[in-house]
Design a protein around this ligand. Structure first.
Ligand code: ADP
Ligand code: MG
Length: 236
């Protein structure tokens, strides 16, 4: 049986440049899977391929065992995929709660949108900013609200692109508990993150991307000691 998310042999070209080269990975329900690598490695491009925003030159994407390679973003969302963006994509003039309501209404729980939004506000500790407009949030808080909005559509597969950037230690620690609990409830979480402590604390499995190729994969305690990984980060 296939994992919740599988990508096989993905290649992406930008002009003559290969941004991704034969990339394969899996993310299981119940696990937080990490995707790390230096800036420009191709992490966000892979998220664009998985969410259907960019067509790969080669390769396939499977969601819940179904080949969605030819499906657009909205069909993938219907198959349980949600993502956040490295740049914030919130509705700036809407309140935090209204941003969540819009998302919850897209999800399967239209009639319960209000209670879905309020539960997530509670769970992520967003009560104090629930009526604040999104464009007046700090970066760290904005990222948390992005995660909240992705959660509101009740996804099975959740892609997070640097969600902890701009969060302080305390926010990050609370966030790591939330990630673990989402996985425990049965979600497949794929996490792109530069905060190594967060990655090492929450991930079951970590893929390392460098120059568009997976150079290493394994549990965090092995990845942190991998020579190829250290060389990639040190610019070797
Ligand atoms: P990461 O998220 O790992 O920092 P990206 O996926 O953003 O990396 O970028 C991977 C490579 O592809 C980089 O060399 C980047 O400059 C290039 N790239 C990303 N988006 C585009 C684009 N729209 N057009 C041309 N090149 C791009
Ligand atoms: Mg990126």
């Amino acid at each position: 049986m296939k994992s919740q998310l599988e990508v096989e042999d993905i290649t992406v070209m930008f002009g003559g440049q290969r941004a991704l080269s034969g990339v394969s990975l899996k993310a299981e329900r119940g696990h937080v899977t990490g995707l790390i690598g230096p800036n420009g490695a191709g992490k966000s491009t892979l998220f664009d391929v998985i969410s259907g925003l960019r067509k790969p030159a080669t390769g396939k994407v499977f969601l819940g065992g179904l080949d969605v390679t030819r499906a657009g973003p909205s069909r993938r969302a219907k198959h349980g995929l949600a993502r956040t963006f490295q740049r914030l994509e919130l509705f700036g003039r809407l309140s935090v709660r209204d941003n969540l309501l819009v998302a919850a209404e897209l999800g399967s729980q239209r009639r319960k949108a209000g209670s879905v939004a309020d539960d997530i506000i509670d769970r992520l500790g967003l009560g104090l900013v629930a009526t604040t407009t999104a464009d007046s949030l700090s970066t760290g808080m904005g990222r948390l609200v992005e995660v909240a909005r992705a959660m509101a559509v009740n996804p099975t597969t959740l892609l997070l692109d640097e969600p902890a950037a701009g969060q302080d230690r305390e926010e990050t620690e609370r966030f790591s508990l939330i990630l673990r609990s989402l996985a425990e409830e049965g979600m497949a979480v794929l996490l792109v993150e530069h905060d190594m402590e967060l990655v090492m604390n929450v991930c079951d499995q970590v893929y390392v991307l460098d120059l568009g190729k997976i150079i290493s994969v394994g549990p965090p305690e092995l990845i942190r000691r991998d020579d190829a990984v250290l060389a990639a980060y040190l610019g070797g």
